[in-house]
Design a protein around this ligand. Structure first.
Ligand code: SF4
Length: 720
């Protein structure tokens, strides 16, 4: 076993703590994440990345639906060219097929180039058990083989190791003292050790990135010369790959090739792209031609292809980008954010191909920031797949008690709101006069102690409404626009001041506001907990509550906005009323900037230095980037900070489940803001406010954290 995979939440938390204490890995992944983003952006400037991704998705979606035809065509064409094509139903059959090829050809030694599918089926151990000498020849793969570890990244398998650790391993293998600082010399040692292996090998095993049905050829994308040595020198070549690598035409592979290297390693093209079109000449073979076998693995792929949601996994080109941008991977590394496959897709493939229990644990560790979906070469909606896996576990295994209780309470709006009012009453002894709870007993606070918590408001927004309604523009002549306000639980009960500030802005700009009292939680926390049935009930309640005629349904919560706009369609299917409701939903910044418009008669420009935190749901799920920054510039001095669009670590229930990770993400975000010199940080989401306001308070920072509505309200001309 390459590394210990978690079978229980307790074991997983222990492994996470260890990973967080690995300072080398933390530094390396941090540096890599920042440099990767910058270099990737640059290399995508010259192509229409979104269009290419859309084309890859279309081709792969169609391939998933025509897998049998493509396989038959590929097999026919490849066999015409002297190739033997095998199909393996599962990992065991694939291992047996390859072991049999080795036995029938009198193979003793095998060289391998990088092949994640071979990791998927545990091939090396099986072949070694048959007495075969199996040697990985990709530098990173060779290093981890020497350590008996699995890859910690699909493209950079040894990224978790320092040169000193590698030098130690090389000393052990060669029996020679190594220079621990000279990387080039270490590379030469690897080359010297591996050359004789290539020369002696009877069989080469590679993967294949594309299997092209129209020609029966395969394409292999690599950056090291070892791949070609593996494919050319030995007399037998086995290419092992998944059925998901079938594409109809060479043009489809060429389209994907414009994205794969750019997304994987920020290269226009990798150093080697090899197309193998049939069994070529081979001096070592008794027939004078290469014995070429292609093994296509199913192992759950045809079942996934039939699933309307999970068929998306066919779009994966294994670029590894979903790990590169994952904030959790960046902190804990691939051995803790994956099983065999790494990153967001690793969580999904663990569920589809490997171990249900491990998948159940790992899938909890997705913060739902959407970075993976945003960058994926195939546009896979990875957060939706992970959410669906959680929901399936909830349905199949029964929900854990906290999820069950949340579901019971939230299903009934009146009960839920009564409980929130009771919570306000019960936590008052711990609340300070400034609205923070800093000193809950350890049994309640525990690892959550990294931030101060907001105390619930003495008066929720809904109780203020009868009074506020008087200034809500309903009696003040013809309004410019009529909206309905969706409060969301966090603002209604913890941060009503954010909504009150918005009401001031609306009043100043001539907007008539309604507040339907029957509205309840948007249901996103229920979806995150896998309680999709109650989430759908709650969604229906909200759709009914907002049945009136409005120009827009406005919410100040980015997470609610994203869920109301996109999540309801997933929960309620093609319900017409829900679709009409979702179409009207707007986040506060977009509404104020794009639809309403604030002129200088309404707001003034001040000198305050203001930084912005882009909430994940706003900047990625809703694609809103410019509106909030433009609003800040309109009333203050906007101070950009590093990694403005990186996750703050809240993630709804995530911060309660993984406080150790949540705390690290929060600290990094606040460090960037502090470095910017800003005196105020604004955001669009009460969840992010809870995280960053509470964190700033706990860290004693001289930083005001507010919603963007409060910044605007503070700069209203009438407020001066
Ligand atoms: S899921 Fe997308 S981002 Fe992740 S490895 Fe596959 S193609 Fe790349």
């Amino acid at each position: 076993m390459p590394h210990e995979s978690p079978r229980s939440a307790r074991a997983y938390h222990r492994q996470i703590e260890e990973a967080l204490n690995d300072s080398f890995q933390r530094r390396t992944l941090d540096k890599f994440a920042v440099e990767y983003r910058a270099s990737r952006d640059k290399v995508f400037e010259e192509v229409d990345g979104r269009e290419l991704i859309r084309r890859i998705a279309d081709v792969k979606d169609a391939a998933a639906q025509h897998i049998e035809e493509l396989y038959a065509q590929f097999k026919t064409e490849a066999e015409k060219r002297g190739v033997v094509v095998h199909r393996a139903a599962d990992a065991a059959e694939a291992r047996e097929i390859i072991a049999k090829i080795a036995a029938e050809n009198g193979v003793k030694s095998i060289v391998k180039s990088k092949c994640m599918t071979s990791e998927e089926i545990g091939l090396n151990a099986h072949l070694r058990a048959q007495g075969l000498d199996v040697c990985e020849t990709d530098l990173g793969e060779w290093i981890i083989q020497l350590r008996n570890e699995g890859p910690s990244h699909m493209v950079l398998p040894a990224i978790h190791l320092s040169r000193q650790q590698v030098a130690e391993d090389f000393e052990r293998v060669t029996g020679e003292k190594q220079d621990r600082e000279d990387v080039q010399r270490l590379v030469k040692v690897a080359r010297r050790e591996l050359r004789p292996k290539f020369e002696a090998a009877d069989m080469g095993i590679s993967g294949a990135n594309f299997c092209i049905a129209e020609t029966g050829s395969i394409a292999i994308v690599t950056n090291e010369g070892n791949g070609r040595l593996v494919n050319t020198l030995p007399r037998v070549h086995v290419a092992l790959t998944g059925l998901d690598k079938l594409v109809p035409k060479i043009d489809d592979a060429l389209t994907a090739l414009q994205v794969l290297p750019r997304n994987a390693t920020s290269q226009r093209l990798t150093s080697y792209v090899t197309f193998i079109d049939g069994a070529g000449p081979c001096a070592k073979s008794p027939t004078g031609r290469k014995m070429l076998h292609i093994v296509l693995l199913d192992n759950g792929r045809t079942k996934a292809a039939k699933d309307p949601l999970f068929s998306q996994v066919f779009r994966c080109v294994r670029c590894g980008a979903c790990a590169n941008v994952c904030p959790v991977f960046r902190l804990v590394g691939g051995h803790r954010m994956g099983h065999v496959y790494i990153g967001a897709i690793g969580l999904v493939l663990t569920y589809l191909f490997h171990d249900r229990q491990i998948a159940k644990t790992l899938c909890q560790n997705c913060i739902g920031c959407g970075s993976c979906k945003d960058i994926c070469s195939g546009g896979i909606d990875l957060p939706a797949l992970i959410q669906e896996i959680r929901a399936r576990f909830g349905r199949e295994d029964g929900s854990p008690l906290p999820a069950k209780l949340a579901s019971l309470a939230m299903k009934n709006r009146k009960l839920f709101h009564t409980l929130l009012r009771f919570a306000n009453f019960s936590h008052r002894p711990f609340a300070g006069s400034d609205g923070f709870v800093r000193h809950l007993p350890m049994v309640l606070f525990g690892k959550q102690g990294f931030k101060s918590l907001p105390s619930l408001a003495k008066k929720p927004f809904r109780d203020m409404w009868p009074e506020l309604q008087k200034g809500a523009g309903q009696d003040a002549g013809k309004p410019k626009l009529k909206i309905a306000l969706f409060a969301g639980c966090a603002q209604d009960f913890a941060y009503p001041q954010q909504l009150v500030a918005a009401m001031k802005v609306f009043a100043a700009a001539g907007v008539e506001v309604s507040f339907p009292m029957e509205q309840t939680c948007c249901g996103l926390p229920l979806t995150m907990l896998g309680e999709s049935k109650t989430a759908a009930d709650v969604a229906r309640q909200n759709v009914a509550a907002f049945a009136g005629e409005y120009d827009a349904i406005v919410t100040l919560c980015a997470s609610c906005a994203s869920h109301l706009k996109h999540g309801y369609a997933r929960l309620l299917g093609d319900d017409a009323a829900a679709a009409a409701f979702s179409a009207k939903v707007m986040d506060f910044s977009s509404f104020v900037h794009d639809k309403l418009g604030l002129d200088s008669a309404v707001v003034a420009h001040g000198n305050e230095k203001v930084a912005y935190h882009a909430s994940c749901h706003l900047c990625r799920e809703l694609g809103v980037k410019e509106a909030p920054r433009a609003l800040i510039r309109q009333v203050a001095e906007y101070v950009p900070s590093a990694e403005e669009e990186s996750c703050c670590g809240f993630g709804g229930t995530f911060s309660a489940k993984f406080p150790e990770i949540s705390a690290e993400l929060m600290r990094k975000k606040l460090a960037h803001v502090t470095e910017s010199g800003a005196k105020r940080l604004v955001l669009d989401c009460p969840g992010c406010a809870m995280q960053l306001k509470g964190g700033a308070d706990k860290l004693g920072l001289d930083l005001k954290v507010t919603h963007i509505s409060e910044l605007l309200a503070d700069n209203l001309r009438d407020a001066k």
